[in-house]
Write a protein that binds this ligand. Structure first.
Ligand code: NCD
Length: 314
C-alpha cells in the first residue's frame, strides 16, 4: 500500500510487504521508543487522539509514540465530552478535526464507526479499535512481537484462545498471519468461536486452520500462544458472560507440564486468563508486547504522515 496519506482501518488492507515495512520502520524507531534516543521526526505535527471507549495501553502508547517523535497531541476521552454527544455525525467530526490535526487515532464501541469517521476525514485515520471489529495497531504489535520473540514468522504454529467471537485483536491478527507459513489453532468453546466468515477467508487463502475446545491439546501444539479476555462489554446477557469468563486459565504449572518453551502473549488487560505466576516464565511476552506497541505505533504514524526519509529513518 502507499502508506503516505493512508487510513489504517483494517488488517485486511495489509499485504505481506506492508507488514514487513511496518516491522522494518518499527525496528529503526525502537531506540526512540525505548527512551535510548530522542527524536524530532514529527516536530510541528499534531495527533488527535479520540478515544470513545475504555483504553489504557492503546491510547497512552499512541500518544507516547507521537510525543517521543517530537510531535504534539490533542485529545478527547469519552463521547460525553465531544460534539457526538450533541448529535454531530462521525463524518462531520472527522472533517472538522482534520483541520486541526495531521493524523488522527480513534477508538469507538461500534464496529464500522471509525470507517465512518474516516469518510469525512482529510488526514490519515488510525483505527485503535472499533467494537468487536478491528484493532490493526494491536495486530501489528503482536506480529512484531512474534518476530522478536521467535526470530521468524514462517514455520510456526500460533494458537489463540478465549473470546474469538467478540475479540477484535484476534479478528485483526489472523489477517496478518495469513501472509506467512503458519498453522493457526483456535481454542474456544462453541459460544466463543471465531466467526465463520473469518474462518472462510482464511481457508480461501490456503491457511491451515484447526478449531478445538480442548485447551490442553491446543496449547501443546503451539510455538506462540495468544490468550484473550472474554469481552464482558459485548455480552447482552450478563449470566452468559459469568458462565464463560473463566473458560480457560493458563498457569505456570500447566505451561511447565505441557509446553515449557511456549511463548505466551495477551493483548491485555488480563482478568484471570493468565495467572500471575506465569510472569516468571521466560516465555511470558505480554509485557514486552505492550512495550513494543510504542515502536509499532511510531512506525505507523511516521508512515501515514509521510515523514520517513528524513533524520535517518529510511
Ligand atoms: C484489547 C482491546 O481493547 O481490544 N486491549 C488492547 O487494546 N490492548 C483487548 C481487550 O480489551 O480485551
Amino acid at each position: 500500500m502507499d502508506f503516505k496519506g493512508a487510513n489504517i482501518l483494517s488488517t485486511r488492507q495489509f499485504e505481506k510487504a506492508d507488514i514487513e515495512r511496518v516491522i522494518e520502520v518499527a525496528e529503526e524507531l525502537e531506540p526512540i521508543a525505548k527512551k535510548e534516543q530522542t527524536s524530532d521526526l514529527m516536530k510541528g505535527k499534531v495527533l488527535a487522539s479520540l478515544f470513545y471507549e475504555a483504553s489504557t495501553r492503546t491510547r497512552l502508547s499512541t500518544e507516547t509514540a507521537m510525543k517521543r517523535l517530537g510531535g504534539e497531541v490533542i485529545t478527547v476521552i469519552g463521547e460525553e465530552y465531544s460534539s457526538l454527544k450533541k448529535g454531530e455525525t462521525l463524518d462531520d467530526t472527522g472533517r472538522i478535526i482534520s483541520c486541526y490535526a495531521d493524523v488522527m487515532a480513534m477508538r469507538h464501541s461500534e464496529e464500522g464507526a471509525v470507517d465512518k469517521f474516516a469518510d469525512g476525514a482529510t488526514v490519515p485515520v488510525i483505527n485503535c479499535g472499533d467494537g468487536p471489529g478491528q484493532h490493526p495497531t494491536q495486530a501489528l504489535l503482536d506480529i512484531f512481537t512474534i518476530k522478536k520473540e521467535l526470530g521468524k514468522l514462517d514455520g510456526l504454529t500460533v494458537a489463540m484462545s478465549g473470546d474469538l467471537k467478540f475479540g477484535r485483536t484476534v479478528h485483526s491478527l489472523v489477517y496478518l498471519l495469513r501472509h506467512f507459513d503458519m498453522k493457526l489453532v483456535f481454542i474456544a468453546p462453541d459460544q466463543l468461536k471465531m466467526p465463520e466468515n473469518i474462518i472462510k477467508d482464511l481457508k480461501n487463502d490456503g491457511v491451515e486452520v484447526e478449531e478445538t475446545a480442548d485447551f490442553t491439546e491446543g496449547v501443546k501444539k503451539a510455538d506462540f500462544f495468544y490468550a484473550t479476555r472474554v469481552q464482558q462489554e459485548r455480552f447482552e446477557d450478563p449470566s452468559e458472560y459469568e458462565k464463560l469468563k473463566d473458560v480457560y486459565v493458563l498457569t505456570k504449572k500447566f505451561v511447565e507440564d505441557n509446553n515449557p518453551d511456549l511463548v505466551i502473549s495477551h493483548p491485555l488487560p488480563r482478568v484471570g486468563e493468565i495467572t500471575k505466576d506465569v510472569d516468571e516464565l521466560k516465555g511470558a511476552a505480554y509485557f514486552r508486547a505492550a512495550a513494543n506497541g510504542v515502536a509499532v505505533r511510531m512506525a505507523l504514524i511516521a508512515l501515514v504522515t509521510g515523514v520517513t526519509g528524513v533524520l535517518g529513518v529510511k
